[in-house]
Structures are given as C-alpha cells and as structure tokens.
Design a protein around this ligand. Structure first.
Ligand code: ATP
Ligand code: AMP
Ligand code: MG
Length: 198
C-alpha cells in the first residue's frame, strides 16, 4: 500500500510532541507501519552536517536565508528517510515566529515534496499554552502575552487553510486540553486507521 503522509502542526508548547509520543506508544506492536519525524530536529541535523551548531530554540532567530535552506534540505531528508510504506507523521509548525515576522513552516516548495494526505492543527486555550511554555524547563520557548498567543493561534489557522488549498489535504483541528494527551493520541489513531483503509 502507498504511504500516507500526515502533518501534525500547532504553535510551540501546545503539546504536539507529547501527543505524538503517546501515539507511538499506542502503535508499539505495529511500529514498523509508523514513522514519526520531528521537522525541527531534522533541520538541526542538516545544520550539523553543514558544520553549523545551532541550539533548538535559537533556530528561528538565525538569518532567514539560512532557515530557508535548512527547511528546504530537511524536506528532502525526510522524503529520503521515509520508508514509503505505512504512515509517515511529521511534527512541525504552520508558522515560525522568526525575527522577521511570521514565516510559513510549510511553503509550497516543502508541500510539493512532502505531499501530505492530511493536516492536523493542535490547539488549546491560550492561557494553558502560556503555562506549558513557562513550566517546561527543557525548552526556551517565547514567553509572550496571552494576546500574542491568540494571534499565533489565529495565524496558524490562516496558514493551515492555505496549506489545505494548495495540497487538497483536509485540515482537522484537535484540542489538547490539560491531561488529555492520550485521548488526543487515540483520536488521531482512529482517524489514521480510516485513512489507512483508503
Ligand atoms: P514545540 O513546538 O515547542 O516543540 P510542542 O507542541 O511539541 O512544542 P510539547 O513539548 O509536546 O509541545 O509540550 C509542551 C509542554 O506541555 C510539555 O511540558 C508537556 O509535558 C506539556 N503538555 C503537553 N500536552 C499536555 C496536556 N495535554 N496536558 C498537560 N500538559 C501537556
Ligand atoms: P520544535 O521542536 O517542533 O519546536 O522545532 C524546533 C524548531 O525548528 C522550531 O522552533 C522552528 O524554529 C524549527 N522548525 C520546525 N519545523 C519547521 C518548519 N517546517 N520550517 C521551518 N522551521 C521549522
Ligand atoms: Mg515539540
């Protein structure tokens, strides 16, 4: 069966990686059928190969031309690493808040390489996202005002609509409330199972 590609997006701290870790645990027995790539991680690997040493949460601050090159090469790397069977999930962002404003995580050139079948946009309450960013000491996420989080959420929806129009892939918006990461992972799994039958 031809591989299905699913892109999971959401603003920093909303819980994408947490939910996808739960999903990986759920599919453990059928692990070979599921590949999860973290786009930012692949960009950092590409940077390392180029001799650039960049810290994860500094990536969005490096000059845009460098981010653009790493983004383009990461898409090629993901396609090269994909097994071409089962489900490929990509953990990434609709928008990246760079020093030069909002920048698309999935411009047309990237979408043409990844060819997604389905796009997820994970959301939760702005106050909750702010609290998750503050509490998570493993990362250095932007500490901003609630109104800025609201703008990031809104802008992500606009860009999700664009990605959907460009690819023909539907967008599913899922909420990730407090303590419900396993429930969200199960929801994604159920949707994937339906897709896998197509
Ligand atoms: P980034 O884009 O910056 O990588 P992310 O969307 O992957 O962010 P996570 O790293 O998964 O976000 O989660 C951010 C923080 O929120 C973590 O400390 C995680 O434990 C917590 N978290 C995630 N989902 C939930 C949830 N449903 N309930 C409570 N805490 C959560
Ligand atoms: P994450 O671990 O998902 O927060 O990713 C780390 C960083 O990688 C993000 O803060 C962005 O700077 C960058 N990144 C992730 N996905 C993309 C993308 N699709 N395009 C450009 N940069 C990205
Ligand atoms: Mg993450």
């Amino acid at each position: 069966m031809k591989q299905k590609t699913i892109i999971v997006t959401g603003i920093p701290g909303v819980g994408k990686t947490t939910v996808l870790n739960e999903l990986s645990k759920l599919v453990e027995p059928e692990k070979k059928k599921l590949q999860v790539f973290n786009y930012g991680f692949i960009m950092l690997e590409v940077a390392k190969l180029e001799g650039l040493k960049i810290e994860r949460d500094m990536l969005r601050q490096v000059p845009l031309n460098i981010q653009q090159r790493l983004q383009a090469n990461a898409a090629i790397e993901i396609v090269n690493r994909s097994s071409n069977v089962g489900i490929m999930i990509i953990d990434t962002h609709m928008i990246v808040k760079t020093g030069n404003g909002y920048w698309p995580g999935l411009p047309l050139t990237v979408l043409e390489k990844l060819r997604p079948n389905l796009l997820f946009l994970i959301e939760t309450e702005p106050e909750e996202i702010l609290s998750r960013r503050t509490k998570d000491k493993t990362r250095t996420r932007n500490q901003v005002l609630t109104k800025e989080i609201k703008e990031e959420l809104a802008f992500s929806r606009f860009v999700a609509a664009s990605c959907s129009t460009l690819t023909g892939a539907p967008v599913i918006i899922l909420k990730n409330p407090q303590g419900e990461q396993l429930k969200v992972a199960k929801e994604i799994l159920n949707i994937i199972k339906l897709l896998d039958r197509e």
